[in-house]
Design a protein around this ligand. Structure first.
Ligand SMILES: [Zn+2]
Length: 216
């Protein structure tokens, strides 16, 4: 494992996708990477990596520097990272594109502190992996700590979809009658109970969107 792979999601993802890299922490921080502070054998001028419209400086720890290390440069340049959902783990370091099935599997329990989930809700718009943290789902404008009750709501959403409720119907405050009556009558109370359990997500867009992604 490389120097920063156990702390930084980007470094773990790079280790998994590209391989280990010789990293150092420079005495003079200005010679380090503007985002992570480390140096790697190859360093790139910031202007070669990010565009003028770039706004993601929040995650940069070393703003006086003028270069990016090869690890951070990769994170900004790899287009698939910006477009597709991914799961990153640190021990061992893995990076996997997240199909709805994999996303569902990972989100069906609280997210462990060795896992980071990245879900671009508007694909391609923003770099998410530089802002990702262990134990959280990072989406376009927020980071969700995925807890027991979120995993439970995902199961509820999945169950309702299996009855035939569409994504649009699920948004309604009450279930559509023509769909409610499809399962046997003894299961209708469960449908209504599930409907209410999903209520908090109807007013919390990032959770709602992530839930939909993971149940498609
Ligand atoms: Zn860096």
């Amino acid at each position: 494992m490389t120097l920063a792979a156990d702390t930084d999601v980007v470094w773990a993802a790079y280790t998994a996708a590209v391989g280990p890299v010789d990293a150092a922490t420079p005495d003079d921080r200005r010679t380090g990477c503007a985002r992570c502070g480390h140096t790697t054998p190859v360093m790139f001028p910031v202007g070669q990596v990010i565009s003028r419209r770039f706004t993601g400086f929040e995650s940069w720890t070393n703003l006086s520097a003028r270069k990016l290390c090869q690890v951070c440069a990769w994170a900004y340049r790899d287009r698939t990272l910006r477009v597709d959902a991914h799961i990153v783990t640190r021990d061992p370091a893995t990076l996997r594109p997240a199909t709805p099935a994999l996303l569902h599997q990972v989100l069906s329990t609280p997210i462990g502190t060795d896992t980071a989930v990245i879900v671009p809700l508007r694909p391609g718009r923003k770099h998410l992996i530089p802002d990702a943290r262990w134990g959280a789902v990072t989406v376009d404008d927020s980071r969700l700590v995925w807890q027991e009750h979120d995993a439970a709501r995902l199961a509820v959403m999945c169950r309702l979809r299996s009855h035939g409720f569409t994504e649009t119907m699920l948004r309604d405050t009450a279930p559509t009658y023509s769909v409610v009556r499809r399962p046997p009558a003894d299961r209708w109370p469960q449908v209504f109970e599930d409907w209410n359990l999903l209520a908090p997500w109807r007013h919390a867009d990032p959770w709602w969107e992530v839930g939909l992604r993971a149940t498609r």
